[in-house]
Ligand binder design. Sequence first.
Ligand code: C5P
Length: 229
Amino acid sequence: GRIWLVVPAAGQGRRMGADRPKQYLPLAGRPLLVRTLTRLHEALPGARLCLCLDPDDHHFDPAWVPFAHWRRTPGGAERVDSVANALDGIAPDAADDDLVLVHDVARPCVTVGDLKRLVAAIADDPVGGLLATPVADTMKRDDGAGRVRATESRDGLWHALTPQGFRFGLLRRALNEALARGLRVTDEASAVEVVGLAPQLVAGRRDNLKITHPEDLALAELVLSAQES
Ligand code: C5P
C-alpha cells in the first residue's frame, strides 16, 4: 500500500515567544519546516505528504516542499483537529490499509534510520505503532502548589515521540471516536488506545527532540551537526 505523511504544522508555537510560528524560525540556516521535510523526504521519497497549515499562514513557501505528491489541509484549533482535517483531506485518495505516518513539524532531528525502522516495525503489525524512548529521569508528581506529592515509578514509562504510524482506516475511526467522546488527545496512539488497541512501542533515538522552548533551537542545531558528522 501507499505511505502518507501527515505533518501537523498549524501551531502558533507561543511558548517560543518568537515573532513567527516556530516552524519558520531558522535552524542551521534553513527554516525548521524545511529541515523536517528534508529528513522525511530522504527516508521516504515516494510518500505522499499532507501538510496541516493555518489558513492565515503568510510564511509558508510551496517551493520548500520536496515531495512530488503533496497537498495542504487547514489546521484546526488543536493538533488533534489539524490531524483529523488532514485525514478528511486525503480520504478521497487513501485506502483503508494505506499507512499514515503523523510527524510533528517541530521534530526536525528525526533520523532516516529511525523513520525506516518504524516503517519496517509496523509493516505487518495489525495495530501500528510509534517511536518512543524510555524515561530516564526520576518522575515527580506535584501537589498543585510547587511541592512533591509523590514519586512515580518510571519503570515501563516511555516518552511518546513521532512519527506515529497507523493504517488510514483505523486511525480515522480512532480519531473520530476520541473526538466524539470529547477527548483532546495529544497524539495518535492515544486515539488508537481509546478504541481498545495497544500500539507498538518502537525504540527510537533520544535526540528526536521536539522544539518547544527557545533554548531547544540551539540544542537541535547541535544534534543536527552531530548527526551529520
Ligand atoms: O505546540 P506543540 O509543539 O505541542 O505542537 C505539536 C505539533 O502540532 C506542532 O508540529 C504544531 O505545529 C502542530 N499543531 C497543529 N495544529 C494546532 C496545534 C499544533 O498542527 N492547532
